[in-house]
Design a protein around this ligand. Structure first.
Ligand SMILES: *Cc1c(COP(=O)(O)O)cnc(C)c1O
Length: 431
């Protein structure tokens, strides 16, 4: 890291995060001051960064009939949902709980689509009663149950079927979802038959087709291949007399964690729309379900160095954030950049494994990081806006962190830090 000048952005693609002489800022907010006021670990998100990420999609779809549904499992905090709801986004949900969050945040229920392989009857009822826009169905068995549930309520459920284009998104196996042999979607070769079955069920109305091939995708090719495969199916399904009103290409666009170079959303969609136009589907209603690419680089997690623990083979930097706050390294060996909140030029640097206090060897946040730190210093874990707080747990009875949403010079507390009492609320002592 070069020494601070007046202002230097430290993460390509995240201009809202920059060093100034007195430390790291997100928009116009000094992060060290924020950490001192609210304690650590502390998630801080930039509203401007979220809206800029959304704008890249909006620019990509300018002049088209398109709907962006934020895949809210990436970060489902109400304050974050409000930002997207106010900007006109729809939401891609995967549970009845997420539907309640959309409603609590003022989201438009007609723009909600419901994904996931295991929707319960209760969740189907809840979503039908609310009047969501579309069920993205993942199996024949689910079609049958959804039709039955809809008829029992004298309703017709709008459905899209998630097809599995069998393309390799070239990402981590745990976040690759469009290949044969994983649990998502219906096989390409079964899709036409299953569409005919859906069209025959009285409680359903076919409205669309969808796919989602994986996450943290950093190239356009898998998307282009998937689009070809999906359009082939649309042609076949429509030839059999079933109209497809919308085509949903899923989410999955990657972000820059560590010298990753994904295309921007508008560049990706320029390429995809060229293909769509060439194949004659450019006027169709389009949907996308981005999650990570809307919020991932809008957030950081601030943490304090508790202890430095030099060792024979490894030096450890023990911080107060852990795998329960930042689960991605433990789950997917994922990389988050870790930088000092205030650059300490006096301290000499060493190579550390940055680890949390949780009693698991898997509780590491970064490996072999060169840091100039002392106990009491604060660090920022970058790219922490997606799949961090929404995956956080109370393991080791650690309360979940507080969250702040920054808007210019303002810092809004959008989630209070959980207390120990919060973590065992609902538990009952034996008589
Ligand atoms: C998770 C998910 C998304 C969002 O994926 P990102 O990689 O966060 O963009 C979109 N659609 C479906 C069905 C998903 O499961």
């Amino acid at each position: 890291m070069s020494s601070p000048t007046t202002s230097s952005s430290i993460l390509p693609g995240a201009p809202q995060l920059a060093y100034r002489p007195d430390g790291l800022y997100l928009e116009e907010v000094n992060l060290d001051a924020l950490a001192r006021k609210h304690g650590t670990p502390l998630f801080v998100y930039s509203k401007a960064a979220m809206l800029a990420a959304l704008a890249a999609y909006q620019q990509g779809f300018a002049g088209r009939n398109a709907q962006i549904c934020y895949a809210m499992k990436a970060n489902s905090s109400l304050g974050v949902l409000q930002v997207f709801a106010r900007a006109g986004c729809g939401f891609d949900i995967v549970s009845g709980g997420e539907l309640e969050r959309v409603l609590a945040a003022g989201g438009e229920v007609g723009k909600v689509i419901f994904s996931g392989v295991g929707k319960t009857r209760a969740e189907m009822k809840q979503a039908l009663a609310a009047g969501i826009g579309c069920f993205n169905v993942e199996s024949e068995a689910e079609l049958a149950v959804l039709s039955e549930v809809a008829l029992s309520m004298s309703k017709i459920a709008p459905v899209s079927i998630r097809v599995n284009p069998n393309v390799d998104p070239k990402t981590h196996p745990y976040i690759s979802t469009g290949l044969k042999g994983n649990k998502f979607g219906v096989a390409h070769e079964d899709a036409l038959r299953i569409y005919k079955y859906a069209a025959s069920l009285e409680g359903l109305k076919v409205v669309g087709i969808d796919c989602h091939i994986g996450s943290q995708i950093t190239e356009a090719t898998p998307y282009l291949d998937a689009m070809d495969r999906v359009l082939d199916l649309v042609a076949g399904i429509e030839a059999s007399g079933i109209a497809i009103e919308h085509i949903d290409f899923g989410g999955g666009l990657g972000i820059n964690y560590n010298e990753d170079a994904p295309p921007t959303a508008d560049a990706l969609w320029r390429e995809l729309l060229a293909k769509l136009d060439a194949r004659g589907y450019g006027g169709r209603k389009l949907m996308v379900e981005p999650g990570r690419s809307l919020v991932g680089n809008a957030g950081v997690c601030l943490t304090e160095v508790l202890y430095l623990k030099p060792g024979e083979q490894k030096n450890f930097c023990v911080i107060d954030a852990a795998m329960n706050d930042l689960p991605r390294p433990a789950m997917y060996q994922a990389f988050h950049a870790i930088v000092p909140v205030v650059q300490q030029r006096a301290t000499s640097s060493a190579v550390y494994d940055v680890v949390g206090p949780v009693c698991e060897s898997g509780d590491w946040i970064g490996r072999d990081r060169t840091l100039a730190v002392a106990a009491g210093d604060r660090l920022a874990v970058l790219s922490a806006g997606a799949y961090c707080m929404s995956m956080a747990s109370n393991y080791n009875t650690r309360g979940r962190a507080a969250e702040i949403l920054v808007d210019g010079t303002q810092a809004h507390l959008i989630r209070a830090r959980e207390t120990a009492a919060d973590t065992f609320r609902g538990e009952k002592l034996l008589p």
